[in-house]
Design a protein around this ligand. Structure first.
Ligand code: SF4
Length: 267
């Protein structure tokens, strides 16, 4: 039975009701979680970022007209995919009327349509679209996640919110580490956010830190006896990038195929 439930934040500290010096709830709880299933169960109870809690719940209450008959998720969105994934695809944060509505990463919005269609063509998804939980979509040895788990206003989390959320992704990568061989990061925000996460999860990140690029590919050695991790970049599948032609569906597919190859899961 679930016993780790987030406190209701009223003081804006990100802690558990005390002063600024208190450890934020995610930093206190995430390291204690012993499996991906437990992480996926506990994370949606997080209320550590007052601004994002208010926004995600306001969006879920007001809704977009096209979805007015739907019950929005309105909570943190956990990663999606098998607990023994060899490849992680890392975005930025759930979309207000996408993941924040459906409760699944990149599900129910234009960005997700581009991503999952490319994953399907690359042999990583069981179907070319992602509509809602229960639609039958499964991912092959791939987990889709993000450095910020709540929908932010204007798709822009603050640095403080990014840092408060970091322990969730760090724990996710620690738990995936025995099987994880590659990470494909969508966009510069995710790239910057994921480097300290990977360092915390057990891989050596070089100094100066590698720069984001669409075709970036860096191999991070393990800080212990584990295997190396391939870190690859890809422009984010945002509507801005896809509608302007900066990022085509074929470019996304190419990067997914490259990541699948180094993760040793290419078809
Ligand atoms: S963004 Fe992350 S840390 Fe902040 S409330 Fe959401 S899940 Fe919690």
């Amino acid at each position: 039975m679930l016993t780790l439930v987030a406190p209701d934040m009223t003081n804006g500290s990100g802690g558990q009701g005390g002063g600024m010096e208190e450890t934020p709830w995610p930093a206190a709880v995430a390291p204690t979680l012993t499996g991906i299933d437990e992480l996926d169960e506990v994370l949606p109870t997080c209320r550590a970022c007052p601004r994002l809690v208010a926004w995600r719940e306001e969006v879920a209450r007001v809704k977009r007209a096209a979805f007015r008959d739907e019950e929005y998720w309105g909570r943190p969105v956990p990663g999606f995919g098998p607990r023994d994934a060899a490849l992680a695809v890392v975005g930025l944060a759930p979309a207000a009327h996408g993941g924040n509505r459906t409760g699944r990463m990149f599900t129910g919005d234009r960005s997700g349509e581009v991503l999952y269609a490319a994953m399907y063509r690359a042999g990583l998804a069981s179907r070319p679209d992602s509509v809602r939980p229960g639609d039958g979509l499964t991912l092959r040895s791939t987990r889709v996640t993000s450095p910020v788990h709540c929908a932010p206003p204007d798709n822009r989390p603050t640095p403080g919110e990014r840092d408060t959320c970091r322990p969730w992704l760090a724990r996710e990568f620690e738990l995936l580490a025995p099987t994880l061989r590659a990470v494909l990061v969508l966009g510069g925000f995710g790239w910057q956010a994921v480097l300290p996460v990977l360092a915390a999860a057990g891989w050596r990140v070089p100094r100066p830190r590698p720069a984001f690029a669409h075709d970036a590919h860096v191999v991070l050695p393990s800080a212990s006896e584990g295997g190396p991790l391939h870190l690859l970049g890809c422009y984010h599948v945002s509507q801005r990038n896809t509608s302007t032609g900066r990022l085509s569906p074929g470019m996304v597919e190419d990067r997914l195929r490259a990541a699948a190859r180094v993760a040793d899961i290419a078809e």
